[in-house]
Design a protein around this ligand. Structure first.
Ligand code: ATP
Length: 267
């Protein structure tokens, strides 16, 4: 099986500035300034061609940061990322320019991906048809509902035929008919042996669609394996988490936060 995505000890660190002046001090001081925060810490995993991987984890675990790293939206702070082929991100707010119309966004995204005018003209009807947003295609994206944005993003990303598809919560908005249409398209991708990362809070969708799961917890890989292995462990964790009192949950979050900042302070 050939690799399509390889992460080796990948770290994504953010600086939390309290004031704008701290940004300047961060540049001026040799050791930097401001509080560090690890969105992701020491992430290593390998995805093969044809893998459909559900990325799971509670709010703030680092799922969106991971999807932005896979698709090159943001660079890692350290570590190595190998991507074989082209990766495309579908997220609720991914890469759409709010001031431009839907049609202009299609053109822009395709141009950025290296398509020429002729290729874009050929792709355009298919994308518009898939998005199914009617007259809104010639309206600025800022007038779209979140469902419409997601549909347009989805339509562009799947129709440009990427090798790696990252779907970040995009199916959580919009109606069931569109979700079904997207699932069909994703199955098509699966059959073509492409790699899919499916980020979702819906364990049902992950179970239905994915063979593997990557469980992120507090910016680290908690577990990676088959759905059969990982989902029961994750469900057990969620059950225990939900059973905690509000106070216990707060303490848990505080400990996680401290750990994620302290790790950075030691670097
Ligand atoms: N630009 C940024 N600056 C500072 N912190 C950030 C930035 N982007 C993300 N973070 C922090 O990194 C952590 C991981 O965020 P991320 O959005 O990847 O989590 P997530 O698992 O996708 O969460 P959710 O399920 O709520 O969407 C969060 O604590 C978030 O506050």
């Amino acid at each position: 099986m050939s690799h399509s995505v390889v992460f080796e000890h990948v770290v994504k660190k953010y600086k939390m500035y309290k004031k704008n002046s701290e940004k300047l001090l961060d540049i001026l001081f040799p050791d930097g300034y401001g509080e560090n925060f690890y969105a992701l810490q020491n992430i290593s995993f390998t995805a093969d061609r044809g893998d459909v991987i559900g990325v799971i984890g509670v709010n703030g675990a680092g799922k969106s940061t991971l999807s932005n790293l896979i698709t090159g939206v943001i660079p890692p702070t350290s570590g190595k990322i190998e991507i074989v082929g082209q990766a495309s991100l579908i997220a609720i707010n991914s890469g759409l320019n709010n001031q431009l119309t839907g049609r202009e966004n299609i053109e822009l995204k395709c141009l950025m991906l290296g398509f020429n005018k002729k290729e874009i003209r050929a792709l355009m009807p298919e994308i518009i048809d898939f998005a199914d947003i009617g007259k809104f295609i010639d309206q600025p994206v800022k007038s779209y509902s979140s469902g419409m944005k997601s549909r347009l993003g989805f339509a562009i990303s799947v129709n440009i035929d990427p090798d790696i598809l990252v779907i970040d919560e995009a199916l959580s908005v919009g109606d069931q008919t569109f979700a079904d249409k997207c699932l069909d398209k994703m199955n098509e991708f699966k059959e073509k042996g492409k790699t899919i990362f499916f980020i979702s809070h819906s364990i049902g969708q992950v179970k239905k669609f994915c063979q593997k799961a990557l469980w992120l917890e507090a910016g680290e890989v908690k577990a990676y394996g088959t759905i059969k292995e990982i989902i029961p462990q994750y469900e057990k964790f969620l059950k225990e988490y939900k059973a905690m009192t509000k106070e216990e949950q707060r303490n848990f979050k505080q400990l996680v936060l401290e750990k994620r900042s302290k790790l950075a302070a030691n670097k």
